[in-house]
Design a protein around this ligand. Sequence first.
Ligand SMILES: NC(=O)c1ccc[n+]([C@@H]2O[C@H](COP(=O)([O-])OP(=O)(O)OC[C@H]3O[C@@H](n4cnc5c(N)ncnc54)[C@H](OP(=O)(O)O)[C@@H]3O)[C@@H](O)[C@H]2O)c1
Length: 265
Amino acid sequence: MPSANPIAVITGASSGIGAVYADRLAARGYDLVLVARRIDRLRMLAETLSAAHNVEVQAIEADLTDETGLARVEQLLRSDERIALLVNNAGNGKLSGTLDMSDADTASTIALNLVAPTRLARAVLPAFVKRNAGAIINIASVMALHALPITTLYSATKSYVVMFSRGLQGELQGTGVRVQVVLPAATVTEFYDQAGLPLSALDPAVVMTAENLVDAALAGFDAGEAVTLPSVHDAQLWTAYDDAQDALFGATQVGSPAPRYAPAV
Ligand SMILES: NC(=O)c1ccc[n+]([C@@H]2O[C@H](COP(=O)([O-])OP(=O)(O)OC[C@H]3O[C@@H](n4cnc5c(N)ncnc54)[C@H](OP(=O)(O)O)[C@@H]3O)[C@@H](O)[C@H]2O)c1
């Protein structure tokens, strides 16, 4: 008999945060579609999770920086009515100054962190809106709030993920479709291998396990949070930050230059 479970599509599920989402969502009874380039890893994870949780798991090999790979996942998102959750998790980022970064790395980070989640959200949303149900979880980063000299491009792309998510939340207000944006701080994954900065260079006190990160992010999801900062203990800090942004935007809506910019006489 065909499965009646809802399906979660997780990009970047071959390691780290995405692999933990796969485990936790399988435990919640989702069938899974796992997307990444390392198909052997996806197949191993698919076998483990389908046996452990009695769910169907499909592995899809796709390079999301490549038109063919991205179009393949878009097509899947448009065509399967059982898809109830998209986790836009795949991401990369060489940690280096803008001028030291190669053209290829620059293009790949923009394609993976910015273009792919945008196109995948656009592919799945029409069906969600039609059914008035479904959710997208976008994985951003706390670096969206903080640009260091070696994170310029990475911070900019993750800042986009936050704004894209915030905008979608506004568009979908009053519907049954949800968007959560998660901003992890340093998390133990293979991210640092490709970033060119060893994880050992970070203060262990600021690094979280991927399991703790995902469990906290899903607790935020269950609580209906729009923005989840798993490592921020004082939730009021986000509210104050968000309110300050609203106040600043409001202060721009006056139609005249501020007196400090008045021409000198
Ligand atoms: N670790 C941290 O400290 C941290 C902090 C904040 C935010 N994040 C974000 O968390 C997300 C997950 O990263 P992670 O920490 O779990 O790192 P990770 O272990 O390196 O996982 C990255 C995942 O993205 C996939 N991926 C990379 N390039 C891809 C491509 N071109 N096409 C398709 N998939 C691709 C990788 O699979 P393949 O290589 O098999 O394709 C892998 O499954 C990223 O968006 C990252 O920016 C991480």
